[in-house]
Design a protein around this ligand. Structure first.
Ligand SMILES: *Cc1c(COP(=O)(O)O)cnc(C)c1O
Length: 381
């Protein structure tokens, strides 16, 4: 197999046969001429069902995850919703991580519950707790690793074993790691989910999602339900995501370089009670992370020693780290999960500590990022 960056830049991407254009064209057409009824050129008939720019993105994403089929969506939640509609019906049950992405929890808890789908939040690092949560009706074990925002690590290969022995599928939301750092299909996962809004797109300029699987029948169902429900990316969105993903490897290396330095600095700072980063040897998931990840990613969370008040002041005190939701772009972001991205988990089992601060460490110069954070931390000592 070719290397990661070669696949990112070439998979599915060939110069245009008529003009020689080297980059993929943005095909804005909603409909396609047919040579006689049913005589499509390459299967394109209407851009909800398929679009040539989207096809190229899908081929690229499949190559990056090492999967046979990829489907690009209008958002990560659109991808998640389509997948769960296929895998779960009334009376079925799924296991979700106890610190799942807030939007995934909201979809399961507030929307799918209305259709009779049941769920149990579980700490996926605790395999006994997982086994105890499994029911005869469990169809899906949903995994995120590293988790958002607590940066917990789940052992994908071990979870695949537990899920499969119970007759359930293992779905891995690979948004935080990106396919550069971790490829769950190779570890036994059945489906990979992405919010391509984050590292894959990488520039905070497009919302998108993806599903990747080796399962031919499931891939057909995904295409059918996506076409039936309509959560498709526009051609310009597909193109932006495709362009962003070409540089994923070089961006991720820099994200990791900077995050490692940030985690080290935070660990030694008196305004920080503890640092959550899987690259730190003291992290409870460090060994599993070493086994299944290339490096440890660009997300770092920490607990402020001064509690909620200090956490809010640190979030307001940085200048380079922008106070904003989302993650995975070239620019560094800071946020307070309890009152921002994870506010919807308040009062539930998924509630996050109010002293928690989450960083999406960007690819600016590391020295500047350290100076900025240090100044904000020094101000609350
Ligand atoms: C952002 C995110 C999602 C949702 O994706 P959208 O593109 O915002 O719909 C799902 N999972 C994780 C881990 C995320 O960070």
């Amino acid at each position: 197999m070719q290397g990661f960056s070669t696949r990112a830049i070439h998979a599915g991407q060939v110069p245009d046969p008529t003009t020689g254009a080297v980059t993929t064209s943005i095909h804005t057409s909603s409909t396609y001429a047919q040579d006689g009824v049913g005589g499509t050129r390459g299967g394109y008939e209407y851009s909800r069902s398929a679009n040539p720019t989207r096809t190229v993105l899908q081929d690229q994403l499949a190559a990056l995850e090492g999967g046979r089929h990829a489907h690009a969506f209008g958002s990560g939640m659109g991808a998640t919703d389509t997948l769960l509609r296929i895998l779960l019906g009334p009376g079925d049950h799924l296991v979700i991580p106890h610190d799942a992405y807030g939007g995934t929890f909201r979809l399961v808890d507030k929307v799918l519950s209305g259709f009779g789908v049941e769920h149990t939040p579980v700490d996926l690092a605790d395999h006994d707790a997982l086994r105890a949560a499994l029911r005869p009706t469990t169809k899906v074990v949903w995994c995120e690793t590293p988790t958002n925002p607590l940066l917990g690590i789940a052992d994908i290969a071990a979870l695949a074993g537990v899920a499969h022995s119970a007759g359930a599928l293992l779905v891995v939301d690979n948004t935080f790691a990106s396919p550069y750092l971790q490829t769950p299909l190779a570890l036994g996962a059945d489906v990979v989910v992405h919010s391509t809004t984050k590292y894959v797109g990488g520039h905070s300029d497009v919302v998108g999602g993806a599903l990747v699987t080796d399962d031919d029948a499931l891939s057909e169902q995904i295409a059918f339900v996506q076409n039936s429900t309509g959560s498709v990316p526009g051609p310009f969105d597909a193109w932006l995501t495709l362009r962003g993903a070409k540089t994923l490897a070089v961006r991720m290396e820099r994200h990791c370089d900077n995050a490692e330095r940030v985690a080290e600095m935070l660990s030694a700072h008196p305004a920080v009670a503890s640092v959550l980063y899987p690259g730190l040897p003291g992290h409870p998931g460090h060994e599993v992370a070493v086994k299944q990840m290339r490096r440890f990613g660009g997300m770092v969370s920490f607990l402020a020693a001064g509690g909620r008040d200090a956490a809010l002041r640190i979030c307001a005190g940085t200048r380079l780290f922008t106070l904003a939701e989302s993650l995975g772009g070239v620019e560094s972001l800071i946020e307070h999960p309890g009152e921002m991205t994870h506010a919807s988990t308040a009062g539930s089992m998924l509630e996050v500590p109010d002293s928690l601060v989450r960083l999406s460490v960007g690819i600016e110069d590391g020295d500047d990022l350290l100076d900025d954070l240090r100044a904000a931390l020094d101000a609350v000592r």
